[in-house]
Design a binder for this molecule. Structure first.
Ligand code: ADE
Ligand code: ZN
Length: 324
């Protein structure tokens, strides 16, 4: 089964590029950019990756990205992810990036996106991997900052397919960003938002995503299963759910295999993704392997999950036909 999964052409719809920054690369960039790290060795850094909830993960995640300084750094970040994706037989990706994680450190938006975009072009030409980029706003920053970054993105609109919302969910509901997302929609962007697993007010967040923001997809969204009315809304709107089993194990101590199986049984469009693979030490294949090891998933269930990810991707319908 694992060989079958490894060889299957797959799509990935929930991967934060900054979450693909490998410890070796952190050390390499720290040296090149003359940045002093808190850790003496790669092993010491990896030993600090003992997350138990979302805030404990985010602290390490934001600290890691400080080594990213130049356009070339962002190019390398994205290029190395695409090389990894190639090894994993990923043929299509919709990666996230977090511009506010960089502009707040004095790095220009243009520097970040130009480096990533160059890697996307090379990945398509040299590795045959197509990708469409999603700009994420940090929900623990203000709506004004999100709007400013939406404005900053407009000269690069052709390089961005949609916008998302990530970072710390506690007391940062979708409604805080209603105006920003309405404007993003007007600009032609697709919309998605994180509704992380078992977060405070999660059911209200999922409801707002659907009813107020009218998202095109939900990142995670596991807790829609808790309330019949939310489950029905996700199903009726055929909303894709980008689920990340290994991330869930770190952040809320469950691979959520039962929930993923329930979603398949109900016909919800669950997809499997890696989230922050360098930090959770598991790329896409390893997330599928967890479903086999922890949940005994069948070949048919795996096939359905892979088909779902192409189906709920933001590729044009005619492009989807190439893959499904
Ligand atoms: N940023 C990077 N990974 C994230 C996650 N899993 N949830 C929220 N914000 C994130
Ligand atoms: Zn995420």
């Amino acid at each position: 089964m694992k060989e079958y999964i490894a060889n299957l052409p797959k799509a990935e719809l929930h991967v934060h590029l900054e979450g693909t920054l490998e410890p070796e690369h952190i050390f390499e960039l720290a040296q090149r950019n003359h940045i002093e790290l808190e850790y003496q060795s790669i092993d010491e850094l990896i030993a600090a990756y003992d997350f138990y909830d979302l805030p404990s993960f985010l602290k390490i995640y934001y600290a890691g990205m400080h080594v990213l300084q130049t356009e070339q750094d962002f190019y390398e970040l994205a290029w190395r992810y695409f090389e990894k994706a190639k090894q994993q037989n990923i043929v299509y990706v919709e990666p996230f990036f977090d511009p506010q994680g960089h502009t707040t450190r004095g790095i220009a938006f243009e520097t970040v996106i130009t480096g990533i975009h160059r890697a996307q072009i090379d990945a398509e030409e040299k590795l045959g991997i197509k990708s469409n980029l999603i700009l994420c706003f940090l929900r623990d920053m203000s709506a004004e900052s999100a709007m400013e970054h939406l404005q900053m993105s407009l000269p690069f609109k052709d390089w961005i397919i949609g916008v998302g919302l990530d970072s710390d969910e506690k007391d940062n509901p979708p409604s805080k960003f209603a105006e920003v997302f309405a404007r993003a929609r007007q600009e032609g962007y697709k919309l998605t938002m994180h509704c992380d697993v078992h977060q405070k007010d999660i059911h209200d967040h999922i409801r707002e995503c659907i009813e107020l923001i009218d998202v095109d997809r939900i990142d995670h969204g596991i807790n829609c299963l808790d309330q019949a009315e939310l489950t029905k809304a996700v199903k009726d709107k055929n909303l894709g759910l980008t689920i990340c089993p290994v991330s869930n194990q770190f952040v809320c101590q469950t691979y959520t295999t039962d929930e993923i199986r329930t979603m398949l049984t109900l016909g919800l469009k669950a997809t499997i993704n890696s989230d922050d693979p360098a930090y959770f030490r598991a790329y896409l294949n390893e997330n599928f392997f967890a479903l086999i090891d922890e949940g005994g998933f069948t070949k048919q269930e795996i096939d359905q999950l892979v088909i779902n990810s192409f189906e709920v991707s933001w590729l044009e319908d005619r492009e989807k036909l190439i893959y499904i």
